[in-house]
Design a protein around this ligand. Sequence first.
Ligand code: IMP
Ligand code: MG
Length: 172
Amino acid sequence: MAEKKIVISQKDISRRVRELGAAITKDYENSRLLVVGILNGAFMFMADLVREIKHEFEIDFVRVASYGMGTTAGLLRFTKDIELETRGRDILIVEDIVDTGHTLMHLSRSFEERGANSVRICVLIDKKERREVDIVLHYVGFQVQSGFLVGYGLDCREKFRQLPEVYSLKEL
Ligand code: IMP
Ligand code: MG
C-alpha cells in the first residue's frame, strides 16, 4: 500500500504550463523548432505544453531505456527514436522530471551529434537532491528537493500516470 500527498495542484500546473508556453513561443520566433517528448512520462505535460506554443513547429517522440542507471557510466538506448530530421533543427526536449540528469544529458548529446542547430530542455519538475551531472535546464516548471512523485504522466511501476495533479508517494 502507498499513501499519496498532493504536492502540485492542477491549477498550479496549468498556470505554469501557460507561462512556459509563452516563454517558448517568444524564444523560438523564426526558428525551425522541433519539440521532442520523452515517452512515457512526458505525454501529458507535452500535450498541454504544445497547445501553448503559438507558432508552427513539428512534434516527435523518443522512448529511452538506460543501462547502468545511477552510475556515471549510465548509457542510453533508444527503444524508439525520433523519425524526423535533426540536422539544422532547433530541438526542445520535453521531459517530466529530472533526477540524476543522465537521461537528459545523453539525449541532448545525441541530438547535438546528429547536427541539431540548438538543443534545449523543458522539464516539468527539477528534482535536485540526486543530481549527478551538471546539465542546463532552460525551462523548468517546478523545483522540488527530493521524494518520489507520481501523477500528470509520472508513474510508479506504470501506475498513477493519469492523475491530473502531482503527488508524492510514501511507501507504507
Ligand atoms: P535521470 O536520468 O536520473 O534524471 O532520470 C529521469 C527519469 O527517471 C525520468 O524520466 C523518470 O522517468 C524517472 N524518475 C525520476 N524521478 C522520478 C519520480 O520521482 N517519479 C517518477 N519517475 C521518476
Ligand atoms: Mg521518464
